[in-house]
Design a protein around this ligand. Structure first.
Ligand code: HMG
Ligand code: MG
Length: 303
């Protein structure tokens, strides 16, 4: 199984205080050193819409490219694709919602128009040999429209597939999904594209993200998006909280005997550094907090 780390992008995009570009580069470096092999490091979206990631170009100039990690970034349109190519990242990630209202709030146009923007971008990516990930947001519910029919998700997946997306990540943007729903969704989407092209992107608002990851795994999904410490959210989805915490996913799978390739202690060190030295606020990840507690008790025992 593969963990696709979205902390530097989905995690930081929601942070109100500007994080220094050097700190972002250090975060990416530490995540790669902890064994995360796929990391979404930033977004080439409009700096007016997501000011926190306005330094995407500068960040990419700063990060080293270790052979063990593949970096990607969000790319919403051709202007973003120009910046992405100049930054010399290997993988681009497009995004579109399954619900019309969230799509309009997030990218200022309807689903059909936005997908038309994906067409030239996908053609250029194919010509450039750039693999394309695509997110479908609001797959388990929309903050504006409520329930989202499975058929609407499958329809967007089919259109992304026809336009040339390689991997498609199903995003529970507002973290309302539950395991039975995730199973049904994965089965329905697997009727449209091969299972090994499906990823799951679970937010944890209702505390079910990890259960949803397990449900997806049981259905055969092998790529899971996660964010260190449970950071994350979408500024254009009111009420959305962080992604499933990477530490929780690593611990869940390692305990089941499924290798993740991630060094949990090195990851906890990274999250502790981010919490203490960069964000200066408490991060919610459960396994992260439990590991910190164990460390503190051990240190007290030795004192
Ligand atoms: P727009 O304002 O409609 O753009 O925004 P436009 O095409 O009309 O252009 C307006 C101006 O912006 C122009 O400049 C463009 O050059 C510039 P001007 O002529 O006025 O000087 N511009 C850009 N500049 C830099 N980079 C660009 C770019 N594009 C246009 N790429 C747009 C449309 C899509 C750009 C905007 O709505 C946007 O950036 N939205 C991004 C919102 C976002 O990042 N949301 C969070 C990420 S999605 C998410 O978190 C969900 C996910 O995690 C999965 C899940 O949880 O479900 C992925
Ligand atoms: Mg997200």
């Amino acid at each position: 199984m593969i963990i696709y780390e979205v902390g530097p992008r989905d995690g930081l995009q929601n942070e109100p205080d500007t994080v220094a570009t050097e700190a972002k580069a250090e975060l990416v470096r530490r995540l790669a050193a902890a064994g995360l092999a796929r990391i979404e490091i930033t977004s080439f979206v409009s700096p007016k819409w997501i000011p926190q990631l306005a330094d995407a170009d500068a960040l990419c100039a700063l990060v080293a490219r270790p052979p063990t990690a593949t970096y990607s970034a969000l790319v919403p349109n051709e202007a973003g694709y120009e910046r992405f190519r100049a930054a010399r990242l290997p993988v681009a990630a497009f995004f579109v919602s399954a619900s019309e209202t969230h799509n309009r709030k997030n990218v200022n146009r309807g689903i059909a128009d936005h997908l038309e923007r994906f067409r030239p971008l996908a053609e250029r990516a194919r010509a450039d040999g750039v693999p394309l990930r695509a997110y479908v947001s609001t797959v388990c519910g929309c903050p504006y429209e409520g329930d989202v029919p499975v058929a609407a998700v499958v329809d967007v997946v089919r259109r992304l597939d026809a336009l040339g997306a390689d991997e498609i990540s199903l995003g529970d943007t507002i973290g309302v999904g539950h395991p039975r729903q995730v199973r049904e969704l994965v089965r329905a989407v697997a009727g449209a594209i091969a299972l090994d092209r499906i990823a799951l992107h679970m937010h944890d608002t209702w505390g079910r993200a990890l259960a949803n990851v397990q449900a997806g795994y049981d259905e055969g999904v092998r790529v899971f998006d996660a964010s260190l410490g449970g950071l994350g959210g979408c500024p254009y989805a009111p009420g959305a909280s962080g992604n499933v915490a990477t530490e929780d996913v690593v611990d869940l799978f390692e305990r089941a005997g499924v290798a993740t390739g991630v060094d949990l202690d090195a990851l906890v060190d990274t999250t502790a550094w981010l919490e203490r030295d960069v964000l200066r606020r408490t991060l919610p990840g459960r396994v992260y907090r439990a590991k910190l507690g164990m460390r503190e008790r051990r240190a007290e025992g030795q004192a």
